[in-house]
Design a protein around this ligand. Structure first.
Ligand SMILES: Cc1cc2nc3c(=O)[nH]c(=O)nc-3n(C[C@H](O)[C@H](O)[C@H](O)COP(=O)(O)OP(=O)(O)OC[C@H]3O[C@@H](n4cnc5c(N)ncnc54)[C@H](O)[C@@H]3O)c2cc1C
Ligand code: FES
Ligand code: FES
Length: 381
């Protein structure tokens, strides 16, 4: 695909720096991993964000809070161009039979949590992401992180029971839970000579975040990007003015954020977009502000972030003042799986205007205000 791009696409996969000088905006991260990097551990099953077999972990430096954020995504819906400046971890990056299995890989095998194995790398990566964020999760958190991963043959009990060892909590057996009982030597999972022995999870042994992405944060995140093939142009503006100008220049262009709607339209509904504008780095659209009336979210704020912010806001407000927050949080529980909510944005849900949208009815019922802007026009509410 010949074309011209204004710079290279740069990201890390399992600690290795990838530099792509002619990225194809139509290529998904999954296609890139499997076909270009031959990292075939990440599986393609549904190809539409529904099963979680393609789950990988993305790590991103948060410049405001000076922290690293780890989150799971469906690689089948993530455009490879959207991972510029990010670190991607696949199942190959955490362990293998050739080197050493990671406890999340070993645990699913030893607890009989895998049969055909197609779902397994996705399960592993969702659980791994959880442990990177919280080395001692609750059982509820384990269930939440795995809710976007489907298994057709094994069944969920052995997977959840197997991963229960990472939780501090006892299971429904209470005092009778095996974690509370002295073990027989044969059955002893803490005896290193036992073939069932699984090393405990040690977060200090995890690979470090690529320093380049931290040190050169501005270079990766505050620069406009343009990638082009002879079929598609991909823009990533970093100012609202630029976004509005691009929209005026290309009226038929498609703005994308999580690509969880547009990706489906392109792949399964034969929709063709020749100009894609990724609005994930426009400060006004990623901003979250507390106002007198409530909370104002930029259109590119992800659903996971919305949930996190509303949960936090509820802590400081009387119940009577946060019923709408509670309703949104409750609805998000049923909204897709964690991988989708980690990338899909609130603006994408509103603008799709789907009759089966989960958030629009709540926004309408609660008289939420919507602010729209276009080039040369005043902001309308
Ligand atoms: C497996 C799966 C499960 C899903 N489950 C649910 C569910 O349970 N409930 C539900 O409601 N939806 C669901 N969806 C739909 C989808 O995830 C949501 O609508 C999501 O919020 C879309 O966000 P996005 O950022 O991915 O949108 P994108 O695909 O990036 O964009 C969607 C649309 O919004 C437009 N848009 C985005 N931002 C702007 C902007 N700033 N200005 C103008 N236009 C803009 C785009 O041009 C595009 O037309 C699901 C999708 C998948 C794939
Ligand atoms: S392949 Fe099923 S979610 Fe990606
Ligand atoms: S082991 Fe076959 S789908 Fe889960």
């Amino acid at each position: 695909m010949e074309g011209k791009s204004n710079q290279n696409l740069v990201f890390y996969v399992n600690g290795e720096k990838i530099i792509e000088n002619q990225p194809d905006p139509k290529c998904t991260l999954l296609q890139y991993l499997r076909n270009k990097l031959t990292l075939t551990g990440t599986k393609l099953v549904c190809g539409e964000g529904g099963c979680g077999a393609c789950t990988v972990m993305i790590s991103k430096y948060d410049d405001k809070n000076h922290t690293i954020r780890h989150y799971s995504v469906n690689a089948c819906l993530t455009p490879v161009c959207a991972v510029h400046g990010l670190a991607v971890t696949t199942t190959e990056g955490i362990g293998s039979l050739r080197t050493r299995l990671h406890p999340v890989q070993e645990q699913i095998a030893k607890s009989h949590g895998s049969q055909c194995g197609f779902c397994t790398p996705g399960m592993v990566m969702s659980m791994y992401t959880l442990l990177r964020n919280n080395p001692q999760p609750t059982m509820l958190q384990i269930e939440k992180y795995l809710e976007g991963n489907l298994c057709r043959c094994t069944g969920y009990r052995p997977i959840l029971q197997g991963y229960g060892v990472f939780s501090k909590e006892s299971c429904g057996m209470g005092e009778q839970c095996c974690k509370n009982k002295p073990r027989d030597k044969e059955d002893d999972n803490s005896n290193k000579e036992n073939e069932n022995y699984i090393p405990p999870y040690d977060p200090t042994q995890e690979p470090i975040f690529p320093p380049d992405l931290k040190v050169n944060y501005k270079e990766y995140n505050e620069k406009r990007l343009m990638f082009e093939t002879n079929q598609v142009k991909w823009y990533r503006p970093v100012t609202l003015t630029d976004l509005l100008e691009l929209k005026e220049e290309y009226p038929d262009s498609k703005i994308i954020i999580g690509n969880t709607e547009v990706g489906i339209e392109s792949r399964f509904k034969n929709m063709k977009y020749s100009v894609l504008i990724n609005a994930s780095h426009v400060p006004e659209l990623t901003d979250i502000k507390s106002t007198e009336d409530g909370i104002k979210f930029g259109a590119s704020v992800t659903l996971s972030k919305v949930e996190e912010v509303l949960e936090k806001a509820k802590e400081d407000l009387p119940e009577s003042r946060c019923r709408i927050f509670t309703a949104v949080i409750e609805m998000l529980k049923w909204f897709a799986g964690k991988q989708i909510r980690n990338t899909a944005a609130v603006g994408g849900n509103i603008m799709t205007a789907s009759p089966i949208s989960d958030l629009n009815p709540i926004f309408q019922a609660s008289s939420a205000k919507l602010e729209v802007v276009s080039k040369g026009k005043t902001t309308r509410k």
